[in-house]
Ligand binder design. Structure first.
Ligand code: SF4
Length: 348
């Protein structure tokens, strides 16, 4: 039975007619699902009982089951969802100044294989469908209430799955979906070939978070093997063109790794790369992962890196870490629950 979430809510009325209901029943159901966090057809008491019975038999509302739920003292919530083929995917919700921020995954595993990321360790298993991406948001909505912001920064590289990611975001922004403003959505990517142009052509003013992690191509290619065929300069130029198209300044994401990319001369190299570009730098101290040998730099080193960028005139934040108690470094919860397997890197 296919999940109804694979269809845009605009198409639900037609589906409900096929199931013996009226078009407005589809609109009622969409409101229950996206605005009232319903988990089952039986909750939708303003739908006729006979229709609810038929839906129960013939139309799945979602396709995922909740395998694990963890809550940290700092308020972060993490869900691990089981999918129809036995794959698992995770999503995280965090408290913030503008309401809850949820972080969604776009693939099972990831082909980019960043050396400091647990999701990259086993490579790509498969792309998630639009319904599977939306279902993460719905489970978090059910577990923690209203959503203030959505960040596409969980497991997977969104730029390799735009056919599913962009329609899922369309539903999150649609009035008949979750009704979120584009300004409350951030899409993170390493900038695979063609991805930023496609996001520009899509025309929605979501924010871009560009994963950079090193100013020099040689080190970036080592840390982010999936971009070995791309020059950072070209990727930044594409991000500038996206800014010209949608008017949104982008964020440069930079994971700080002790002794690898946290030195003063590396801050200065990054400042030179970004000079004159309409971006903001987000420094993310590495979140330790047991299988990886990287370490988080000392606080003084983090502060020094930030200071050098600021002195060069850049806008910079140093991120505080949420969800460490819930294994919130990307990929960790899922990885704990699955056997490892070998796979290759996708180059972009
Ligand atoms: S950091 Fe992101 S792009 Fe890199 S391996 Fe992890 S999930 Fe993939």
């Amino acid at each position: 039975m296919d999940s109804l979430l694979e269809l845009h809510p605009h198409d639900w009325p037609q589906r409900f007619v096929a199931l013996g209901g009226k078009p407005f029943h589809g609109r009622i159901a969409a409101r229950w699902v996206f605005r009232r966090a319903a988990r089952s057809w039986q909750e939708m008491t303003d739908l006729p009982e006979a229709l609810r019975e038929r839906l129960e038999q013939e139309q799945a509302l979602g396709a995922a089951t909740l395998e694990e739920l963890s809550r940290a003292e700092d308020g972060a919530v993490k869900v691990l969802l089981g999918l129809h083929d036995g794959a698992t995917v995770e999503a995280v919700g965090m408290p913030g100044t503008q309401g809850r921020t949820i972080c969604l995954s776009t693939q099972v595993g990831c082909p980019v294989k960043c050396q400091f990321c647990a999701s990259g360790l086993d490579g790509l298993q498969r792309n998630l469908t639009r319904g599977e991406i939306l279902e993460q948001a719905l489970w978090l909505r059910r577990e923690q209430g209203e959503i203030g912001r959505v960040v596409i920064m969980g497991m997977g590289e969104a730029g390799h799955n735009l056919d599913e990611v962009l329609p899922a975001l369309d539903v999150l922004m649609d009035e008949e979906g979750m009704g979120l403003s584009a300004r409350r959505i951030t899409l993170s990517t390493v900038g695979p070939k063609g991805a930023l142009e496609r996001i520009a052509a899509w025309g929605r003013s979501v924010s871009l978070a560009l994963s950079v992690h090193a100013a020099q191509d040689e080190l970036r290619h080592e840390l982010v093997p999936g971009v070995r065929k791309r020059r950072l300069e070209d990727t930044l130029d594409e991000a500038d063109r996206l800014f010209a198209a949608n008017g949104r300044e982008y964020t440069v994401e930079y994971v700080l790794l002790e002794g690898v990319n946290d030195q003063p001369q590396q801050a200065e190299a990054l400042a030179r790369r970004l000079r004159g570009r309409r971006c903001h730098v987000n420094l993310i101290p590495f979140n330790p992962v047991s299988e990886l040998n990287f370490r988080r730099p000392a606080l003084g080193v983090q502060e020094e890196f930030r200071k050098r960028l600021r002195e060069a005139g850049l806008s910079v934040t140093l991120r505080r870490s949420l969800g460490r108690e819930t294994d919130a470094a990307c990929g960790q919860l899922r990885r704990r629950s699955m056997p490892s397997s070998g796979s290759s890197v996708t180059e972009v």
